[in-house]
Ligand binder design. Structure first.
Ligand SMILES: Cc1ncc(COP(=O)(O)O)c(C=O)c1O
Length: 328
């Protein structure tokens, strides 16, 4: 199917490479492993969010926004990527962060401040109402004659999902060229947009491998609903003829561990193992948990030897620094 994309800015360094992980595959004693390096999508911009932002910020530019407002945890990769991209586009950014203004100026928060994002710190309870909090901030900007647009948490809207439709198309071209026939793609699921985009792309491009998402918070039921909702909105707004295949959805539950943003010793050890065997830096909140899930699925025999697996490195390296004390 020839895909017609909505308007898009070119902010990321694309295509990101696909690399074999032979030393890790040998240590895991299971499938052949490749890694898609979306951590290479840019420096300050790095990770999966910039792919969504190429579409979301094209919309902001069209609407002649002066300010971009978004939200996330205190170490949100999405908030940081949005703030950096806004700076690059000459827009102001304002991030609503779940946490306190006494938090260490470290990791992603350091970068938010470096690019001069305005910050509003909220409690977890206030954060639950983040859309209204952001709407209130947008209203204040409007009263001062500034046009602000709100990007919901994680950029996980139907427009943002286009970023991972495009990422899948890019990847299929690379796999074809390198003659790699994969059986399973694996990615982290935090707010659902990356996974939803990959699955929408898989339906549009009629791929025959499986795409598994490992939820790093909440549970499979929660994300089944989120992904189906994003897909429904996507079809309504962009592709009414697309036959959504709900049965393709596969959220691998059971690896939230100690909770969102909290790391177990096993997760930290996998991050060390990947760094030491491959020179690749995973993050503690998303890709580290997902790599631990992958290792466990192999150990349990759920991904047998001989299978070809592509692991999405969706970025997040700045999240390592505030967690330094867990590593030694
Ligand atoms: C590094 C990283 N990987 C994966 C994810 C998950 O992506 P999504 O929010 O689209 O589910 C996020 C954000 O939540 C992230 O920051």
């Amino acid at each position: 199917m020839k895909i017609t994309y909505p308007e898009r800015l070119r902010l990321a360094n694309l295509p990101t490479p696909i690399q074999p992980m032979e030393r890790l595959a040998s240590a895991f004693e299971g499938p052949n492993i490749w890694i898609k390096r979306d951590d290479f999508s840019g420096i300050g911009l790095s990770g999966n969010k910039i792919r969504k932002l190429e579409f979301l910020l094209a919309d902001a530019v069209n609407k002649q926004a002066d300010v971009v407002i978004t939200c996330g945890g205190i170490q949100s990769n999405h908030a940081r990527a949005t703030a950096v991209a806004a700076a690059k586009l000459g827009m102001h950014s304002h991030v609503v962060l779940r946490g306190s203004n006494t938090s260490a100026r470290d990791g992603n928060l350091l970068i938010d401040l470096l690019v001069d994002a305005d910050t509003t710190y909220v409690t977890p309870e206030q954060y639950e109402d983040n859309l209204n909090v952001m709407a209130g901030i947008a209203e204040e900007y409007a009263q001062n004659g500034k046009k602000a647009i709100v990007i919901p948490e994680g950029g996980s809207t139907s427009l943002g999902a286009w970023g991972y439709v495009a990422a899948l198309e890019e990847t299929l071209g690379q796999l074809k060229q390198d003659k790699i026939d994969i059986d399973i793609m694996l990615c982290a699921v935090g707010s659902g947009g990356t996974y939803a985009g990959l699955l929408l792309g898989a339906v549009m491009l009629d791929v025959n491998f499986e795409i598994w998402g490992v939820n790093v918070c909440d549970d499979a039921q929660y994300f089944n609903t989120i992904v189906n909702d994003i897909a429904a909105d996507f079809r309504k707004k962009f592709t009414p003829d697309l036959q959504w295949k709900q049965e393709k959805l596969k959220i691998i539950d059971g690896f939230v561990g100690k909770g969102y943003g909290l790391s177990s010793v096993d997760e930290i050890n996998v991050i060390k193992q990947v760094a030491q065997l491959e020179g690749i830096l995973l993050d503690p909140v998303y890709t580290g948990k997902t790599m631990y899930a992958f290792k466990e699925l192999i150990r349990r025999g759920e991904i047998p030897a001989g299978k070809n697996v592509l692991f999405w490195h969706t970025g997040g390296v700045f999240g390592l620094f505030p967690k330094r004390d867990l590593f030694f």
